[in-house]
Design a protein around this ligand. Structure first.
Ligand code: RIB
Ligand code: CA
Length: 309
């Protein structure tokens, strides 16, 4: 079976880095490019983190920097979660691996329009790059196979009571994506809060001792301290869920909903609102992952780490 062409759009970010490990370990994906956006940290930092993580795992895909701020708002970063560097924890070596001197949306457009097979987009940060891509180059839609995104929340938010960070940072871009008509699979907090790496599993990963296993363990050591404070029994691996959907959809339980993105609410801006009325006539615009086989998911992540030696 031919590999699925994908572009990963990310804001590394600890869980973005683990999503990159999972993606590049998979035989099922043909990663045509990685693009970067501001989000967890400023674009300068998330780009630097992407360069270092990819180089460290021995991968040098086509790489381009995208938006350094949301489409119509100022950037809000998540320093409390990811630290000042955006990837605090492991000391990753510097690298001469560099991004291409073109904007992310131009690289995305080139790859999508030249691909013999439809390209799937995998955004794991704010949706700014996709929002701009679909606005500037609407012609790309005919060769986008789908979008598998981490973002949103049906029953809860995280960065606000109503909204999840990726959507809250750029709700206008998210609205563009959710109204694009593209096939969307959404991995909201409802599923990613169940995608927990438990302390015993973390120690088993560290004990494996491989370079990528140790890097991921050190990433989680830093990342989990924020979540322990919120009462999580393990580290929620948000972004790897968007990759896991593409390589093992069978481990997810999904429902199709019509999702609207709030862009103007005093208390609810960034909320992803699912129309769950049994009698609704609203046509679903997203396949929403609502549950996960956690053990199978963690096994995918751990095997991916080990596959690097
Ligand atoms: O809310 C979780 C999301 O926000 C993840 O993508 C994490 O990396 C941060 O970007
Ligand atoms: Ca992210």
């Amino acid at each position: 079976m031919s590999k699925l062409p994908v572009i990963i759009d990310c804001d590394p970010g600890h869980d973005d880095a683990i999503a990159l490990v999972l993606a590049f370990a998979s035989e099922k994906l043909d990663i045509r490019a990685v693009t970067v956006t501001g989000g967890n940290q400023t674009l300068v930092k998330t780009l630097n983190n992407a360069r270092k993580v990819l180089s460290y795992i021995g991968k040098r895909p086509r790489l381009a920097a995208g938006a350094d701020k949301p489409m119509f708002r100022n950037l809000e970063v998540a320093e409390a979660v990811h630290g000042n560097s955006g990837l605090d924890g492991p000391a990753l070596p510097e690298t001469d691996y560099k991004e291409e001197p073109i904007p992310a949306i131009d690289l995305m457009r080139q790859i999508i329009m030249e691909s013999a097979l439809p390209v799937t987009l995998v955004p794991t940060g704010p949706l700014t790059n996709l929002g701009i891509l679909l606005t500037a180059y609407p012609e790309v839609k005919k060769n986008i196979g789908g979008v598998s995104l981490m973002g949103g929340g049906i029953e809860t938010g995280n960065w606000s009571a109503a909204a999840e960070f990726n959507i809250l940072v750029d709700p206008e871009a998210a609205e563009i994506v959710f109204t694009s008509g593209l096939p969307i699979t959404m991995c909201p907090l409802d599923v990613t809060h169940k995608a927990l790496l438990l302390p015993g599993e973390l120690e088993a990963l560290r004990k494996h001792g491989g370079k990528v296993s140790v890097m991921v363990a050190e990433l989680v050591d830093f990342y989990y301290r924020y979540h322990v404070g919120q009462g999580f029994a393990g580290a929620p691996l948000h972004d790897p869920c968007a990759v896991a959907w593409l390589i093992a959809p069978e481990i997810f339980t999904t429902k199709d909903y019509h999702i609207s993105v709030e862009t103007r609410g005093k208390y609810t801006t960034g909320m992803t609102f699912a129309d769950r009325r049994p009698w609704t006539t609203a046509k679903p615009n997203a396949t929403v992952c609502i549950d996960i086989d956690r053990v199978a998911f963690i096994s995918l992540v751990i095997e991916a780490c080990k596959s690097f030696g």
